[in-house]
Design a protein around this ligand. Structure first.
Ligand SMILES: [Zn+2]
Ligand SMILES: [Zn+2]
Length: 172
C-alpha cells in the first residue's frame, strides 16, 4: 500500500489532536486525471503541498496540487496547455464514515479521490485558447484568430446569407 504515491501513513504523527506533518512532493499524475476535454497527462509532474493534521475525529488533509493540463480549445480545436493550482481540504475520519465521508484505511490516508475531485473542480470544462477566441470560419474551417479579416468575398449573395446560416455545420 505504501508504494502508492498518494497514500500517506498517518502513524508517523499519531492521533494526538494538533499533531501534524507537512509534505512538499514532486509526484507523477495517475491515469485519467481531469476531464476528457482537458486533462492532466498520465506521468506528468504534479507538485503537491500537503499538510496532514490530527483532529478529534480524524485527520484533516489540506493542500494544493499544481498540475499541467492539456486539451483542445472548444471553439477552434487548437491545443491548449495551462498550469493550475488545485486547492483541497478534506477530513478523513478514524472510523464510522458515512456514504459521502472519507475514512482512513488501517491508518493510511488515500489522497487520490480528493486529488481527482480538486483537479476536476479547478479545470475549465470548456477550455479556450483565448477568452475571445473567434473560433473557425463556418464556410472553410479556417482559424479566424489567425486571419481576422477572413472573408469569402461577395461569393455569397446577401439575400442568401440567412439561408447559409441555417446550413452551417453543427459544432463538433
Ligand atoms: Zn481557440
Ligand atoms: Zn472561410
Amino acid at each position: 500500500m505504501t508504494s502508492r504515491p498518494f497514500v500517506f501513513d498517518t502513524q508517523v504523527f499519531g492521533r494526538r489532536p494538533g499533531a501534524e506533518k507537512s509534505y512538499d512532493l514532486d509526484l507523477e499524475a495517475p491515469a485519467d486525471l481531469g476531464l476528457p476535454v482537458f486533462g492532466v497527462p498520465e506521468g506528468s509532474p504534479i507538485g503537491l503541498e500537503l499538510r496532514l493534521e490530527a483532529v478529534m475525529d480524524g485527520v484533516l488533509a489540506t493542500g494544493t496540487a499544481s498540475v499541467h493540463a492539456v486539451g483542445e480549445c472548444v471553439r477552434c480545436l487548437r491545443d491548449v496547455e495551462e498550469d493550475f493550482d488545485c486547492d483541497f481540504q478534506e477530513l478523513y475520519l478514524y472510523e464510522d464514515a458515512g456514504e459521502d465521508e472519507l475514512a482512513l484505511e488501517d491508518e493510511y490516508l488515500d489522497l487520490e479521490p480528493v486529488l481527482r475531485d480538486a483537479v476536476v473542480l479547478a479545470l475549465p470544462h470548456n477550455p479556450l485558447c483565448d477568452p475571445d477566441c473567434p473560433g473557425l470560419c463556418p464556410d472553410c474551417g479556417a482559424r479566424l484568430a489567425d486571419d481576422p479579416d477572413h472573408t469569402h468575398g461577395d461569393a455569397i449573395d446577401p439575400r442568401w446569407s440567412a439561408l447559409t446560416h441555417l446550413t452551417e455545420r453543427p459544432e463538433e
